[in-house]
Write a protein of this length. Sequence first.
Length: 402
Amino acid sequence: MFGLEKRDTRLLIVVAVMALAAPFLLNPFPTASAMAQFNAGYPDLMQRFVIFGILAIGFNLLFGLTGYLSFGHAAFLGVGSYSAVWMFKLLGYNIIPGIFLSIVVSGIFALAIGYISLRRSGIYFSILTLAFAQMLFAIAYSDLIGRFFGTPITNGETGLQVYTSDPQYFHNDALPNIPHLFGQEMQSTYTMDVGGWSFDFSTGYYLCAIIMLLAFYLAIRIFRSPFGMMLRAVKSNQQRMNYTGLNTRPYTLAAFVISGMYAGLAGGLLASMDPLAGAERMQWTASGEVVLMTILGGAGTLIGPVLGAGFIKYFENIFAKINDNVLHSWFSFMPDGLEDFMVFIIHPFVGKGWHLTLGLMFMLVVIFLPGGLVEGGQRIGRLLKRKKPSDDTADGKTTPAE
């Protein structure tokens, strides 16, 4: 189906079901229950799940296939956001031109940065990408180009946003004054109440989810293509390939550009959900976050980066909201002394300390599951599929392999 092998088709179907049924899967607890704190089925967070999933999928095409670790991928995320917002300012709030321009401009930046950075490998490549990203962050934060031309380009630390005085040549009064898809507002949400549960269905989320599925499908095709095989060969032993007379730079540069375009697409979608672009999206911490997503989920796997992105964004948004009042409500059934003790123990790991919990979990995954969450799922699957020895092998007899 779709030109894929059976296992890849099954994987695509699983991801599609998870993405399309997310409003149900991410709201397992009734709205009025104490455990509703862990529900994640609201539009803004679900959009971040799939958008950063796209970013991680693209990064995995570079790092997972070639082994080149980029510490500057957030630069393309920021460039994509700025490009989309400029389309909103010039043409109107229709997201299609903005997303298209974010992909193209990010690809151009990736081509320029990759052409220089890929002259080195290993840690030197990583440092070069980090340096370029920090330079772009500094330029965006200070609006250096805007000051040179005498007009705001990135609007500095305030961030780029749309004003009523902007041209918006294709905008008219019949269209919404917020990002939309041919008149359908991205923020449009339908809420369905079923018993004690509440499920939100957002236009913006489902658009991002469909784009993520297309990006995932494209990643599968790249993984299984001769081009993907060449990239894995680069990761396996690039020096040996060079000795055979094969120039690997065009392949690695193509992977870098494709990966940058994925990041630009994610940036354009972020701006489409919230028409504001700021330099903070280009910081080195954002680049480190996508590295964590990929490694945590499983570098070099197809579904791993999507799982890693969802895992980290869940911790960032859910665990960060748990404060002492929430903890006291959880343990209110205990005696006062024991209740205070439990709150004292858990307090450093939630709220502002959610990074500590994430760091500990990342450490455990790296030590015990080098293949990430995907390897953990595979181990559980093998345990469930383990069968008793058959009768012909129980007595010690074996059958020669054919």
